[in-house]
Design a protein around this ligand. Sequence first.
Ligand SMILES: Cc1cc2nc3c(=O)[nH]c(=O)nc-3n(C[C@H](O)[C@H](O)[C@H](O)COP(=O)(O)OP(=O)(O)OC[C@H]3O[C@@H](n4cnc5c(N)ncnc54)[C@H](O)[C@@H]3O)c2cc1C
Length: 408
Amino acid sequence: MKYSVIGCGASGMTTAISAVRSGIRPSDITVYEASDKCGRKILATGNGRCNLGNELLEPGMFYSESGDVSKFTGDIISRVSISDIKDFFETLGIITVSKNGYLYPRSMQALTVTEALKNECTELGIIIDTSCVCTGIVRSGAGFELTVNGKKKYSDVVVLSCGLGSGGFGIKNADIFAVLDDLGIKYIKPLPALCGLDVSDDMRTVKGVRAPGRVSLYVSDKFCAADEGELQFTEKAVSGIPVFQISRMAGRALNKGEKCTLFLDLLSEYDETMVMDIIEDRIRRFSKREMYFAFNGILNNKLMSYIMKRSGISDKDIAGSLDEASKKRFAGCLKGLKFNVKNIQAADKAQTMSGGVDLSVIGGGMEIKDIPGLYVTGELIDVDGKCGGYNLYLAWATGLICGRSLKR
Ligand SMILES: Cc1cc2nc3c(=O)[nH]c(=O)nc-3n(C[C@H](O)[C@H](O)[C@H](O)COP(=O)(O)OP(=O)(O)OC[C@H]3O[C@@H](n4cnc5c(N)ncnc54)[C@H](O)[C@@H]3O)c2cc1C
């Protein structure tokens, strides 16, 4: 039997290792990798530290556009627990540590994770062909004919572990959709997820600012989702983990032509009345100061000046001269700074993609139900996890399950 794994990323390497550990001869497996190195995306994960899983593992941490995500991920979790992930890494020599439930290699280096996976593949004798792009897969007898770097190759079994191109790693994924179309595999159009959102305002003055706060997303003026944490501002985008967490909903809504609005609460620990009390108190105590100095020390100074501007106030205005309407606008902006979302950021700025191969066509062993011998793993599956180790968990877990189910 000849087995081909397309993609030598997190899920591809895990699939190959799991297959050999389940009894498949390593020399029967070839992993084709488009780029010249394996596991390049892993190096970028968790800011170079690789947040490889999360101890709070439940179906509610995952989304899908195509099917019953709770059933699909519940089934995966029941077969690959977070202890199984720790054990898997232990077998590779990686000690995992938990930081408030977020799992990392003890080395705090993503590099050590990539190297451990690569080394295990090499020691097991798995063949890895880098700089090999698969551009075609058609059914051929009981197996498949692959086109790799323009050459035809036969394989009895094919595992698609090629991701959806998030983070700008890998090749343009247009090829993989042509492949899915040719094979008649149902998929949901992928869109970036876990990324910033481009807004219509000019934010040059707050570029690079980070501040704690709560972001709420409204779709067609209805509340959709919210998250809290460190917000980040770029020239054109609102970003940071809380924005990442709601970005997939915004991306999907924008794709349907729906209006998306963000409201940032930059004083989320205070309610509206308390914010108004703070404003009144500062104006009373520092009535002769310029607004900039009267409100100094509450927020990042650039952000505070920006909020004042958005409230129709100059940071040079004298605090005591503020009228009631300005105070209300100011309080409103501090508790709900509004942004119209123009776009979701591009795939190369995203940590994952929503969409992918439709859950209804994937069997328990990650095999495509109507195409025996063809499997899918990782990001290519229409499940995207929240930020916090959930996407790598999916890559490892689907790889482990797939590898085990290859042995018939
Ligand atoms: C910046 C960044 C930070 C992240 N941080 C985290 C984190 O801390 N925790 C977390 O859980 N997740 C994180 N993720 C998400 C995580 O990296 C992905 O979910 C995971 O890598 C998906 O694994 P995969 O094997 O399915 O796909 P990939 O890792 O994308 O691997 C697919 C491989 O297939 C190759 N390939 C593609 N097409 C072809 C082809 N036609 N022929 C041959 N080879 C092909 C690609 O070159 C690539 O190497 C992050 C992502 C990014 C971009």
